[in-house]
Design a protein around this ligand. Structure first.
Ligand code: FES
Length: 56
């Protein structure tokens, strides 16, 4: 599913980035451009990151 519509980023891409070491929103911003436009996806993206890091 798309998390960031502005940049067409899916939850899978965010999970992959988290798996590859993205630990913060700043990393996601830099790597994928998540939340760099309207910012509406920030909450969901943050949640996906948090879920990923609580599983590892
Ligand atoms: Fe991600 Fe707009 S939906 S910046």
């Amino acid at each position: 599913m798309y998390v960031c519509l502005c940049k067409a980023i899916t939850d899978k891409q965010i999970k992959d980035a988290a798996f590859n070491g993205a630990a913060s929103m700043r990393c996601l911003n830099k790597e994928l451009g998540v939340a760099t436009q309207c910012g509406k996806c920030a909450v969901t993206a943050k949640q996906i990151l948090r879920e990923h890091h609580s599983q590892v």
